[in-house]
Write a protein that binds this ligand. Structure first.
Ligand code: ADP
Ligand code: AMP
Length: 218
C-alpha cells in the first residue's frame, strides 16, 4: 500500500485528479481544504480558528492542520493527500505520522503548470459544497449551469477564488509550499506531472507515474 501526495499550486487540478484516482483506484482522499470548509460550515472551534486565514488566502497554522490530519488517518485503504502538506513542517510531521503507523513513505507528485493558466482556472471554478466536486464553466462544465450533475443541488463559487485573493494564494504557494518539491525530490520520491494539458491527459500521466493499471473500457 503506497499513499500518495498531490502537490501543486491552487488551480493546478489536484481536486479534479484526486476524484479520478479515488473513483477508479480506491484511494481515500484527505483534502485539507475540504475538511477545513466542513469545519467552518459546522461552526467548530477549528473552523472558527481557520476562518480568517482562509479568507485572506493565508495558510492555517501547522499544528491545527497536523492535528486535523492525524484524526483522519485510520484504516487500511491507501490515502491520497490533496492540498497537504503545504509547508516543510507539515511534510516532516506527515512522514512521522505515516512511519508511526507502519505505512511506507508516500509517493509525491507535483502538478506543474504555467502560472498564466491558473487565474482562469480558479476564477471559472464552481464547486459542490456538499461533496467537494469541482467543475469549470469552460473546461469541465456541469450538464446544467450552476447545478451539480450528481445530486442536482446548487454549485457555488469559492470566496477565496476572487482575483485578489487568488494572487495572494499563488504567492503563498511560491513562498511556503514550493520548497516541498526539493524536499521530496531529494528523497527520490517525486514525479513531475505536466498539468497544463487536458484533464484526461493529466490523469494518464499520473496513472503511469503511480504504476496503476489502465481503467477497463468495458
Ligand atoms: P486544485 O484542487 O489544485 O486547486 P481543481 O482541481 O479545483 O484545482 O481545479 C481548478 C479548476 O480548474 C476547476 O474549475 C477544474 O474544473 C479546472 N481544471 C482542473 N484540471 C484541469 C485541466 N487539466 N484543464 C482545464 N481545466 C482544469
Ligand atoms: P484549498 O481548498 O486546498 O485551496 O485550501 C483552501 C484554504 O484552506 C487555503 O488557502 C488555506 O487557507 C487552507 N488550507 C488548506 N490546506 C491547508 C494546509 N495543508 N495547510 C495550511 N492551510 C491549509
Amino acid at each position: 500500500m503506497t499513499d500518495a501526495i498531490l502537490l501543486g499550486p491552487p488551480g493546478a487540478g489536484k481536486g479534479t485528479q484526486a476524484r479520478v484516482l479515488c473513483n477508479r483506484y480506491g484511494y481515500r482522499q484527505i483534502a485539507t481544504g475540504d475538511l477545513l470548509r466542513e469545519h467552518r460550515a459546522g461552526g467548530t472551534d477549528l473552523g472558527k480558528s481557520a476562518d480568517a486565514y482562509m479568507q485572506r488566502g493565508d495558510l492555517v497554522p501547522d499544528e491545527l492542520i497536523v492535528r486535523m490530519v492525524e484524526r483522519e488517518l485510520s484504516g487500511d485503504r491507501r490515502v491520497l493527500f490533496d492540498g497537504f502538506p503545504r509547508t516543510i513542517a507539515q511534510a516532516e510531521a506527515l512522514d512521522a505520522l505515516l512511519s508511526a503507523r507502519g505505512r511506507g513513505d508516500a509517493a509525491a507528485l507535483v502538478l506543474e503548470i504555467d502560472r498564466s493558466l491558473l487565474e482562469e482556472r480558479l476564477i471559472g471554478r464552481w464547486t459542490n459544497p456538499r461533496t467537494g466536486r469541482v467543475y469549470h464553466e469552460k473546461f469541465a462544465p456541469p450538464r446544467v449551469a450552476g447545478i451539480d450533475d450528481d445530486d442536482g443541488g446548487p454549485l457555488v463559487q469559492r470566496e477565496d477564488d476572487r482575483p485578489d485573493t487568488v494572487r495572494h494564494r499563488l504567492a503563498v504557494y511560491e513562498a511556503q509550499t514550493r520548497p516541498l518539491v526539493d524536499y521530496y525530490a531529494s528523497s527520490g520520491r517525486l514525479a513531475k506531472i505536466d498539468a497544463g494539458r487536458p484533464i484526461d491527459s493529466v490523469s494518464k500521466e499520473i496513472r503511469e507515474a503511480l504504476h496503476l493499471a489502465e481503467p477497463s473500457t468495458a
